[in-house]
Design a protein around this ligand. Structure first.
Ligand SMILES: Cc1cc2nc3c(=O)[nH]c(=O)nc-3n(C[C@H](O)[C@H](O)[C@H](O)COP(=O)(O)OP(=O)(O)OC[C@H]3O[C@@H](n4cnc5c(N)ncnc54)[C@H](O)[C@@H]3O)c2cc1C
Length: 295
């Protein structure tokens, strides 16, 4: 099977890229294994017209609209490798036969590496989050904890008082200097230096090693992110280092450093959201079409 473009990853960024190509009547294949980054959350917020909808419903509606276009095909499968050809790329699949496309769009997202703390992983997306804009409002101005992972957590600690009274749990990860302590005091952040033993309870009660229990409506922490698939690396695309992890380098049109390969969504930016993934995807789709016409 050969296509004008193959899109690896059929979530918000990939669907949006596919829509532009479909509307240009190009033959597109979307390959997706169905593990969106926000699958742990019950609701998604901050994306116009879909605020409060479930992550899966937003993706399902996008997919249904895209699949109305006759030149689009969908493969529920895992792509395992990407290889350059003379005029395009060959993608190997876990289950199906190899497929080829003249252009490639990488929309595989990122994986969050969570801090190790008993009780954290099972609360991820429910009462433990990384994005205040996505889930801060629903905490209804209740007590908020910020779990430090490094100095980068200052950012969270200084932001979150806008969503509720904030306690900054240093947990041995980092010690603010005098200037940082002043900034925290100006934002009325309580600094907690004790060691955390675990999270428990329906929300995120923080149980300290010394036995104290500090009940929180929600906890925010910075995860380390990893690009979810090896294709950019296999094809020799350049990466940029960011404070949370690396991302695939693209220009303003979402072209990577390798001719014919485009990247969009969380995999190709340092901090993402559904709205930004959709915007990036639209740009990548249009740029892929332009490349098919003129390159
Ligand atoms: C807990 C949590 C809650 C969040 N809440 C919000 C929110 O409320 N609002 C908001 O705007 N953002 C939220 N986000 C961020 C949001 O999830 C991402 O910004 C968004 O999903 C990025 O879209 P994407 O299309 O780039 O990647 P993803 O949605 O992660 O999709 C990548 C797709 O690629 C597929 N894929 C990966 N590798 C392969 C492969 N080898 N073969 C085939 N398919 C592959 C995956 O299965 C997946 O379907 C949240 C994130 C988390 C972790």
């Amino acid at each position: 099977m050969s296509f004008d473009a193959i899109i690896l990853g059929g979530s918000y960024a990939g669907l949006s890229a596919g829509l532009q190509l479909a509307r240009a009547r190009r033959k597109v294949l979307i390959i997706d294994k169905g593990l969106r980054r926000n699958r742990f959350a019950e609701t998604s917020h901050g994306f116009l017209t879909q605020d409060g909808n479930t992550p899966s419903a937003i993706a399902a509606e996008g997919r249904a609209q895209l699949m109305e276009y006759p030149t689009v095909q969908w493969l529920q499968d895992e792509a395992t490798s990407a290889e350059p050809l003379k005029d395009g790329f060959k993608i190997a699949l876990r289950q199906g036969a190899d497929v080829t496309g003249r252009r490639l769009v990488l929309a595989t997202g990122v994986t969050d590496v969570l801090p190790e703390l008993d009780g954290l992983a099972e609360r991820w997306g429910k009462s433990v989050f990384h994005c205040p804009y996505c889930h801060g409002y629903e905490l209804e101005e209740g007590a908020i904890g910020v779990l430090a992972t490094s100095a980068i957590s200052m950012h969270h600690a200084l932001m979150l008082p806008d969503w509720g009274p904030t306690t900054f749990f240093l947990n041995g990860a980092f010690e603010p200097d005098a200037d940082q302590l002043l900034q925290l005091a100006r934002r009325n952040v309580t600094v907690e230096r004790g060691t955390i033993d675990r999270l428990e309870g329906e929300r995120a009660n923080v149980v300290m090693k010394d036995g104290r229990v500090l009940p929180m409506s929600g906890l925010f922490t910075a995860t380390r992110t990893e690009v979810a698939a090896p294709f950019a690396e296999q094809l020799g695309c350049a990466f940029d280092d960011g404070p949370l992890g690396r991302s695939i380098r693209t220009d303003a049109m979402k072209a990577t450093t390798v001719h014919g390969v485009f990247a969009c969504g969380d995999a190709a930016r340092s901090a993402g959201s559904v709205a930004l993934a959709v915007g990036d995807g639209a740009m990548a789709g249009a740029a892929t079409h332009r490349s098919l016409m003129f390159d």
